[in-house]
Design a protein around this ligand. Structure first.
Ligand SMILES: C[S@@+](CC[C@H](N)C(=O)[O-])C[C@H]1O[C@@H](n2cnc3c(N)ncnc32)[C@H](O)[C@@H]1O
Length: 269
């Protein structure tokens, strides 16, 4: 995948990522993974830089953080909003060599491998080259992404499943990236592997504005990117969006995504 066909690319992507990122969750997840003051950290696929800044606070004093994303828009946003002493942002593809950036004590890759169904394995190989022996890699992704809703109309659920199936074929998107993280670490002989499964986007009752914005963007952008044919909806995409909104704004609905956190240590050579 190249930056031009990143599934969620849109003029609002920096804003979507900014709004949906909960600093307190980043802090909890990074502490769980073993981040410590003084580390040199790489935030790969850093989006608009909010996660980079949250990680950076955790490694003070004396820590350094590099945020990398292949979108110029996201890197510009990050530089305008999260640039501070000890943080540098770079517009780079994490599938290409990053070895000129030096080695890191802590590598963080959250919600990025899911966009790389075919190339996740090659990306993990590539990024392990910039992890110091004894350094920590933390991979975090969703599992069964976008597929867990109750009490959803059958037509709407069927359509969401069909969209997710086509995203795998056409957009290199992996709704099941989370369950594969352990294998990425185990097959590369990483030490002290730990896994945690938790709930992400656990949505019930009144809908918060940030969840509404995030999910409606997904329902708007992803089907457009694959030219999805809404055969069951006479009114096409618009009618689908209306049905999705009716379901999603109803406080009786329940929606959640499993999030899988994995971390391991690169053995000393
Ligand atoms: C869903 S966002 C996640 C942002 C952030 N990691 C977080 O946890 O909120 C995915 C980001 O990864 C970036 N990305 C995807 N593939 C990439 C690649 N091969 N190289 C660099 N950035 C990539 C996208 O541009 C996007 O900003």
């Amino acid at each position: 995948m190249t930056k031009s066909n990143y599934l969620m690319e849109s003029g609002d992507e920096s804003l979507r990522l900014e709004l949906k990122t909960d600093d307190s969750k980043v802090v909890e997840q990074a502490r769980w993974a073993g981040i410590k003051p003084g580390m040199r950290v790489a935030d790969l696929g850093c989006g608009p830089g909010k996660t980079t800044a949250a990680l950076h606070r955790l490694i003070q004093p004396n820590g350094q953080t590099i945020g990398i994303d292949f979108s110029e828009k996201r890197i510009n946003y990050a530089e305008n909003n999260y640039q501070e002493k000890g943080i540098a942002f770079h517009c780079r593809d994490i599938g290409q060599s990053l070895e000129d950036l030096g080695k890191f004590d802590f590598i963080w890759v959250r919600f990025v491998l899911e966009y790389h169904l075919d190339s996740a394995t090659a990306i993990v190989d590539n990024i392990l080259k910039i992890l110091k022996p004894g350094g920590i890699i933390c991979l975090i992704d969703l599992d069964n992404n976008c597929l867990n809703h109750f009490d959803i109309p059958e037509r709407l659920e069927r359509t969401i499943y069909n969209i997710m199936a086509i995203l795998q074929e056409k957009s290199n998107f992996d709704p099941f990236a989370g369950r594969k993280l352990y294998s990425h670490l185990f097959t590369r002989n990483l030490a002290d592997i730990q896994i945690k499964v938790a709930g992400h986007h656990v949505i019930y009752g009144d809908l918060e504005d940030s969840d509404a914005f995030n999910w409606l963007k997904k329902a708007e952008i992803a089907p457009q990117k694959i030219g999805f044919n809404f055969a069951e909806y006479d009114g096409g995409h618009d009618e689908f969006l209306e049905e999705f909104k009716r379901f999603f704004y109803n406080p009786a609905r329940f929606t959640y995504s499993p999030i899988i956190l994995s971390r391991g240590i690169k053995p000393a050579i």
